[in-house]
Write a protein that binds this ligand. Structure first.
Ligand code: GCB
Length: 630
């Protein structure tokens, strides 16, 4: 359950800031992740929707002619568009791939009669995410407006569908992918007015980040029900002492409720109960949540079932919500990252939500394949570069014990903005508030201090970092973060082709950061592009051999420094991914897997290393057959 939505918080803050100043933050609470239960039903609206891009010069025809008032098919030609998916790579039309502005989706939905008839049922429409700005109508009535491309939003639509219970329920969603200096990530639009060079109405979207700005409805759209008085939010913070687990919780219910809180183990046995809206549940002989490759039984989750009973004088409304809960602690010392008081070494990957055809659209086969590859690799962690990932992925991390550094969409910030995001997931062990911001700019110190302070105040249970690069001038946030995360591309962007500089420059990088701040360091990005099947000996840039050797040179230094204060290494990148044209050959190729998830030579180097690291720093489960060197 999402308890604190920092990103929406900060979006709201940005809007508020223009009026009353930066610190006027709104804390958006509630919006429990929909889960079926005996009191809640979920209906998925995934599949084919009607779709139309507004190609009018102003991109405003849809609003001028009120396309939301009737079926989209009555406004002009439509395409069939899968949801969830980015729309960019679905058709054969380059102008749709590169479209900037409003696109419109609609479909009719059959709402079960009992949902409509029963006034005691709350009917909620939820969009998992749509990039970037969305407006939603039901039967022509506006029900939601949302800024931000990576988090869910929802609207109670009961009153609208009850206005005419016989009418079909038509959902219209307009989505705009335009990025500006006040969006996260930011961008700018440039109009090219030189008619000797450009056609009329020619404009381009400039972005300052290295991935394709895919757009559309990216995550599932759902209708779900709750009773009209319902469990709105649960916040959980866990701890343990000796072998007793402590689950500090707070439940918020719409309506004055009688509560029954039951914590159950994996076998469904009750281990603790309470009838209070907040308190501490004590679990004897606790089974802690452990990362993958650190314990025989990683990702152990209890289930916290909350039953609320609210009476309106005539009827009692019962709601049931079950939240998976992992009991674990996180601590950071000068040189170590501790999970359940044991040193944890991040051997993991950076990812993107990205694949052929569906772009950033959520795709179950891809998600499961990626988790299988992560496990095959012997990786224990990943960073959600460069935005919050789908709830479905985070739930997989909780269950499989894959540790997450969860990142806000603060990438490519040249103009200082603020952002964040938080959830109850035990797998999330640290927040990353930005990637490589231009932190050398004069106001950066103030902004980072404030942003990190606020993130910590909103979620004191998790360490905070921001990702810096090898440019040592960009150390503005460093005094305030818990862990220093550094990206560097020695022998790639600097001294291209000269791998001999890696040991020296990497050593200098680590010594400088640790020397100044005395904080543990994660190498949050390193790597090299490799075109699959491109070979050379001696190695040349862009070959599989060069990529392999860059990795190995980095690893030698990591092995020295991990005995001291380096607490992790995350390869850039798990898989090849799409970028804007002109920056790379059909996308960025620093993946150790291709975009189709086939291994390059570097994947085998990393696999050998990660299993060895797991053996040296974690605990290999008895079921593993992998031969462990190192
Ligand atoms: C970085 C960025 C990442 C890029 C990568 C690269 O530092 O954080 O988004 O894709 O470098 O390969 O240039």
């Amino acid at each position: 359950m999402r308890s604190v939505n920092f990103y929406e918080l900060m979006t709201a803050t940005m809007v508020a800031r223009r009026r009353v100043g930066w610190l006027c933050a709104l804390w958006v609470r509630g919006h429990a992740v929909p889960r079926e239960s005996s009191s809640r039903e979920v209906k998925e609206l995934n599949g084919l929707w009607s779709f139309r891009a507004d190609r009018s010069p102003t991109r405003n025809e849809g609003f001028d002619l009120a396309w939301y008032k009737g079926p989209l098919t009555s406004t002009g030609p439509v395409l069939e568009m899968p949801v969830p998916a980015s729309y960019n790579d679905i058709s054969q039309d380059a102008t749709l791939r590169d479209f900037i502005g409003w696109v419109w989706y609609d479909r009719e939905v059959v709402v079960p009669t009992r949902w409509v008839k029963d006034e005691g049922t709350r009917v909620v429409l939820r969009v998992g995410s749509a990039h970037y700005y969305s407006i939603v109508w039901v039967n022509g009535v506006k029900v939601a407006e949302h800024e931000g491309g990576h988090l869910p939003f929802e609207a109670d639509i009961g009153s609208v569908i009850r206005e005419d219970p016989t009418a079909p329920c038509r959902i219209t969603i307009a989505v705009n992918n335009t990025l500006t200096l006040t969006t996260l990530p930011p961008g700018t639009i440039t109009h090219m007015n030189d008619r000797t060079k450009y056609p009329g109405d020619y404009f381009v979207q400039n972005i300052f980040f290295d991935f394709f700005n895919y757009a559309g409805i990216h995550r599932p759209v759902l209708l779900y029900t709750t009773p009209k008085f319902y469990v709105d939010d649960i916040t959980v913070v866990t701890d343990y002492s000796d072998n007793t687990g402590l689950v500090r919780y707070e439940v918020s219910v719409k309506g004055a409720a009688t509560l029954k809180v039951t914590l159950m183990d994996k076998d469904g046995h009750c281990v603790a109960t309470s009838s209070l809206p907040s308190g501490v549940l004590k679990v004897v002989d606790v089974k802690l949540w452990w990362p993958y490759l650190m314990h025989d039984n990683p990702g152990y989750l209890y289930s916290m079932e909350v039953r609320s009973y609210v009476s309106d004088g005539q009827q009692i409304f019962e709601d049931v919500y079950a939240l998976p809960v992992g009991i674990r602690t996180i601590n950071v010392t000068t040189t170590q990252f501790l999970i359940n008081n044991k040193p944890f070494y991040f051997h993991g990957v950076n990812k993107h939500e990205d694949s052929d055809i569906r772009g950033k659209g959520l795709d179950w086969p891809l998600i499961v394949k990626d988790f299988n590859l992560i496990k095959w690799l012997g990786a224990n962690s990943f960073r959600t570069s460069h935005y919050p990932y789908a709830e479905e992925i985070m739930q997989m991390c909780d269950r499989h014990g894959i540790v997450v550094i969860d990142e806000c969409p603060g990438v490519g910030i040249k103009d200082i903005r603020s952002f964040g995001n938080a959830q109850n997931h035990p797998s999330v062990v640290m927040w990353s508030v930005a990637n490589e911001p231009a932190a050398e700019m004069p106001p950066a110190d103030y902004y980072f201090r404030t942003l990190i302070k606020h993130t910590k105040a909103l979620d004191p249970t998790r360490p905070v970092t921001f990702i810096t690069d090898s440019n040592y001038a960009r150390d503005k946030g460093a005094p305030y973060v818990d862990v220093i995360c550094v990206n560097s591309y020695f022998s790639w962007y600097h001294d291209p082709g000269h791998m001999e500089v890696i040991p020296i420059q990497l050593n200098t990088q680590f010594e400088n950061w640790f020397g100044k701040y005395k904080k543990p360091i994660i190498q949050s990005e390193y790597g090299a592009d490799a075109v699959p099947g491109f070979h050379s000996d001696p190695p040349m840039m862009f070959t599989e051999e060069y990529q392999k050797d860059v990795l190995k040179s980095y690893h030698k230094v990591f092995d020295e420094k991990r005995k001291q204060y380096v607490i992790g290494e995350l390869i850039w990148n798990f898989a090849d991914f799409m970028t804007v044209q002109g920056t790379a050959l059909g996308g960025e190729q620093k993946g150790i897997f291709t975009r189709q998830r086939q291994p390059k030579a570097a994947a085998f180097v990393l696999r050998e290393r990660y299993w060895g690291l797991a053996n040296a720093t974690g605990k290999l489960p008895p079921w593993t057959k992998y031969p462990c060197a190192l």
